[in-house]
Design a protein around this ligand. Sequence first.
Ligand SMILES: CC(C)(COP(=O)(O)OP(=O)(O)OC[C@H]1O[C@@H](n2cnc3c(N)ncnc32)[C@H](O)[C@@H]1OP(=O)(O)O)[C@@H](O)C(=O)NCCC(=O)NCCS
Length: 175
Amino acid sequence: MLERRVALLDGTPVLIRPLRIEDAALYPDFLKDVTADDLRLRFFAPMREVSPEMIDKLIHYDPKHAMAFIAIEEASGRMFGVVRLHDDPDGEKAEFAILVRSQLKGRGLGWLLMKHMIAFAKDKGLKIVHGQVLTENATMLVMCAELGFHFADDPDEHGVKAVTLPIAEVPSEAT
Ligand SMILES: CC(C)(COP(=O)(O)OP(=O)(O)OC[C@H]1O[C@@H](n2cnc3c(N)ncnc32)[C@H](O)[C@@H]1OP(=O)(O)O)[C@@H](O)C(=O)NCCC(=O)NCCS
């Protein structure tokens, strides 16, 4: 369940598995193929590059309260994407964030990573998965709608949608 072999829409085989500390070595090659615009959509702030300190923080998550899944192309061992899930203090909800290699967008990886993360949340017994998405991020909002997320304007941040998925509403076959 933690690990899954999947195929992109064009058939490319990809392994989705928990992110490990040694995957820090894969990040520079991955991030050099992520556009500044995609970094902004992910981190909500303009940034030219992700610092080594930030990569270190992303890699050293506390598995008791967080999870991250990496997608790796089987043939090359290259990192194609990552989805994370960080528990809220109440232990019932968790916040996700996702990033896919820019050149790979539209090939089904974001969808597969989101489904994998939602299945993990269900297995873990979480009640709600939620995230923040910029209103201009049409791809992400459409995908969230298709996955059953509810939408609201984020009360704290202008131009941001709060997207929420009650896990009880996720059909078993959809995980
Ligand atoms: C948003 C993001 C994660 C989407 O990833 P992606 O790999 O390009 O998305 P996919 O190819 O899986 O999905 C794209 C489309 O196919 C649909 N889709 C893909 N696989 C599908 C499937 N098996 N069944 C049904 N629909 C599917 C998606 O709903 C979406 O629809 P659209 O093109 O009509 O909008 C990616 O663009 C990204 O990393 N963006 C920058 C960071 C970001 O925006 N993060 C979100 C905020 S945390």
